[in-house]
Design a protein around this ligand. Structure first.
Ligand code: CAA
Length: 295
């Protein structure tokens, strides 16, 4: 109700500065969302070249918003002034919340959360943007598992409204609602979900996308026709192959693997063509080619 939403809003105001670790497609988009909503953002990439790329992605996106008239020059300057970049986790000392958006490899995430736990004050909330790994296991690498949640954004993060806030069995009471309040404050629509593979969206979406790849392999229809069919016949903004390319074929395959492992439901067993394209390094939009060609 309104009173609960207001209480959430009040709590959400305790978040002033947000750290974002990893400035790839998702991390750069997430940093932009917070900075445009008026929060201070510290973007961290330990690799110098990745840091430069992340900074460039962010600047491009903000300039595009300006040229499309979605930001005034003054607002653009404000966004850029609130954004800072760093090559070390030590610079996250002032953050009230840290959102991790590094590659979906459990060892990397575990090592990072152990480091964040050392660097960040005990009350700081640590969030992961993982789409396929268990948040509970990530939380368990810290001395504050009760202050760890999932904050799952969707690609492209500046555009897609949903944030899945993942609550684990050890998340402190009220914390998921507080993080949902923050998501609302930055213009997103949150839903609180449990820590089950794929949460809600990917669990439903990846079964469909993987099924589309199977239809293609069985030559039920041509790729372009399957894309057209789902846009014109089901009212979706993109066909399944365009969407797989947007999500990234590596991420899509990974999410399918995890869903298959947990459910043993064949609908999630990654279609051979998906594995093949990933093995060939054709990862979708981000690599210039996947099911479609972007060069
Ligand atoms: N970054 C910032 N803004 C972007 C953008 C990006 N990468 N891509 C598009 N936009 C903006 C455009 O600038 C445009 O805004 P303006 O009209 O104000 O200029 C707006 O979004 C619409 O874009 P376009 O007109 O270029 O194209 P469109 O109308 O076809 O929309 C789309 C593009 C928003 C991506 C739309 O096709 C869509 O919603 N597709 C489905 C995306 C989806 O399902 N994402 C979820 C994937 S699942 C996931 O991410 C979870 C996971 O863990 C795997």
């Amino acid at each position: 109700d309104g009173r609960t939403a207001r209480a959430e809003d009040m709590m959400a105001r305790t978040f002033q500065t947000v750290g974002v670790v990893g400035l790839g497609t998702m991390g750069a988009g997430i940093a932009e969302v917070f900075a445009r909503a008026g929060l201070r953002v510290i973007g961290v990439e330990v690799d110098g070249r990745a840091l430069d790329r992340g900074r460039a992605t962010l600047h491009r996106s903000v300039e595009r918003a300006l040229s499309r008239g979605r930001l005034s020059e003054e607002e653009r300057d404000g966004v850029l002034a609130r954004l800072s970049f760093a090559g070390s986790l030590e610079d996250l000392r002032d953050a009230d919340l840290v959102v991790e958006a590094i590659p979906e490899v459990m060892e990397y995430k575990r090592a990072l959360f152990a480091d964040l736990d050392r660097v960040c004050r005990p009350e700081v909330v640590l969030a992961t943007n993982t789409s396929s790994l268990p948040v509970t296991a990530i939380a368990a690498t810290t001395s504050r598992p009760g202050r760890v949640v999932g904050m799952h954004f969707f690609n492209p993060a500046p555009v897609m409204r949903l944030v899945e806030v993942v609550r684990t069995v050890v998340t402190e009471d009220g914390l998921a609602e507080e993080v949902a309040g923050l998501a609302r404050r930055v213009g997103k629509t949150p839903v609180v979900v449990g820590d089950r593979a794929g949460f809600v969206v990917n669990r439903l979406l990846l079964g469909y996308l993987n099924h589309a790849a199977t239809l293609l392999e069985r030559r039920v229809a041509a790729m372009e026709d399957i894309d057209t069919a789902m846009k014109a016949g089901a009212g979706l903004p993109m066909g399944p192959f365009a969407l797989l390319d947007l999500i990234g074929l590596d991420v899509s395959r990974e999410v399918c693997e995890v869903l298959f492992e947990e459910s043993r439901d064949r609908v999630y067993a990654p279609a051979p063509i998906l594995r093949e394209l990933v093995a060939a390094g054709l990862l979708g939009r981000k690599s210039g080619r996947g099911f479609h060609d972007y060069d």
